[in-house]
Design a protein around this ligand. Structure first.
Ligand code: PLP
Length: 363
């Protein structure tokens, strides 16, 4: 089947581009001598998670217990939940999973650590924990050595927990140019390593110093003392990463296939992909709501739920034409579809469910 014969809107993953992106990151970690624990929130797909493991990744990073369950039930043996767990239902589901796979969880509070210890006790298991350090994003995480040290002492006194290390996420590197990425990546790595060394001096057996997003990965991987990186978006890349000069358009592996359903004026086309398939979140320094693959200077000017509006003086498109739209933010778009089509040279190779999308709140 040719990709243009698919019903639209359809989510497309270009197999060759994906493969290139996976191989490039595998090379970055091999050269730097660090582990790769990719964040699967970008693809939400065990099929791609296994491909990453085959190329040398050690386990995966996840943000929700749904993602954790989907990965473990599909054969991924090592997961790190880089998200605060403070509620009983989350902690219990993770404790249950830790009987089936190696499970580590990020913590930044006593409340979270106590909840995890209690849940692990109920399942008679041990959960690894990594303390979250805030290296500048100002989201979750502790920003001072003293606070990290206090939490490490608390964890040390709790049963069923094993303090494995520290982690951080410098997501503010997104949208930065090369110089900005270098500064943020360097600080991300150095600050976490300094705190890890202080903890070791105080007698805590810190093994892991886990850092790194797609924009900072190649920089922070080279900071001495960093043991693993957790990029996610690199599998697909997106308009936002192109805008910051990180990658080129031909490294963007995720697109939304759309049909031109209306052309009311020579300068305006309407696609059947609106906010329900492209997401409407704006990205730093990125114009519009997605770019047309192969004609990337043409962007979608605005979206309604089922309408994507292109306004351009040079529109060589007619009703019924198919186009692929490169999203500005790959991860949110992946979450909007139930499945993606794996495509190579225009040929559809598979229809693959996005099993870890959304929230299910199973108990
Ligand atoms: C804690 C954490 N680690 C790693 C990542 C991966 O970052 P990126 O998608 O920029 O590669 C994210 C992304 O949101 C994250 O929140």
């Amino acid at each position: 089947m040719h990709v243009y014969d698919l019903p639209t809107p359809a989510l497309i993953v270009d197999r060759k581009r994906l493969k290139g992106n996976l191989e490039r990151m595998a090379e970055v970690v091999a050269k730097a001598g660090v582990k790769l624990r990719p964040h699967i929130k970008t693809h939400k797909s065990p099929f791609i998670a296994h491909w990453q493991q085959e190329l040398g990744a050690r386990g995966v990073t996840i943000a929700t217990v749904d993602e954790a369950e989907v990965m473990v039930y599909n054969g991924i043996k090592d997961i790190f939940m880089a998200y605060p767990v403070v509620e009983r239902y989350r902690a219990l589901r993770l404790a249950r999973l830790s009987r089936l796979a190696t499970v580590a969880v990020g913590v930044d509070s006593r409340a979270g650590a106590s909840m995890l210890a209690e849940a692990a006790g109920k399942y008679n298991t041990k959960i690894g924990v990594l303390i979250e350090v805030d290296t500048g994003l100002k989201r979750s995480g502790l920003a001072s050595i003293g606070e990290v040290m206090d939490l490490a002492s608390t964890i040390g006194k709790l049963p069923n927990l094993e303090l494995k290390g520290l982690f951080t996420h410098a997501g503010h590197a997104h949208g930065e140019d090369m110089e900005g990425r270098r500064t943020i990546g360097q600080r991300e790595g150095e600050m976490t390593v300094v705190i890890a060394d202080a903890l070791r001096k105080a007698g805590f057996p810190i093994q892991e110093v886990s850092t790194g997003s797609t924009p900072s990965a190649a920089i922070v991987a080279k900071v001495p003392g960093v043991t693993e990186i957790r990029p996610g978006t690199y599998v697909f890349n997106d308009g936002s990463l192109v805008a910051s000069g990180m990658v080129s358009w031909d490294q963007c592996a995720l697109t939304v296939l759309a049909t031109v359903v209306s052309k009311p004026t020579p300068q305006r086309c309407i696609l059947d992909s609106g906010s329900k398939s492209l997401a409407s979140d704006k990205q730093k320094n990125v114009p519009g709501f997605g770019s047309i693959k192969g004609l990337e200077t043409i962007t979608l000017s605005w979206l309604n739920e089922e309408h994507g509006v292109i306004e351009s003086s040079s529109l060589d498109l007619g009703i019924g034409d198919k186009v692929e739209v490169i999203p500005n933010h790959a991860c949110t778009v992946m979450n909007l579809f139930d499945e993606y089509y794996l495509v190579e040279d225009g040929l559809v190779l598979g229809r693959i469910p996005i099993t870890a999308r959304g929230h299910r709140h199973l108990v």
